[in-house]
Design a protein around this ligand. Structure first.
Ligand SMILES: [Zn+2]
Length: 70
């Protein structure tokens, strides 16, 4: 009974380790995917330079120190 219990726990540990490994692998893939998408997104953004503060913005200036937001 003791050895059977040991094998049972060994299997549980192996499953947990396998899931953790899979999780880390998935996480790493998502991080690389996100950075790729982020860089691609940046290229497609229609940014313009705020005439008031000189900050690069997409729609309206979100710089709190910008004169247009005061
Ligand atoms: Zn501005």
């Amino acid at each position: 009974m003791f050895s059977l219990n040991k094998i049972f726990w060994l299997i549980i540990i192996l499953i947990v380790v396998w899931y953790v490994f899979k999780f880390i692998e998935k996480k790493n893939k998502n991080i690389s995917k996100d950075s790729e998408e982020g860089s691609a997104e940046k290229k497609n953004i229609d940014a313009f330079k705020c005439s008031e503060c000189g900050l690069w913005v997409t729609k309206s200036c979100d710089n709190q120190n910008c004169p247009t937001n005061l």
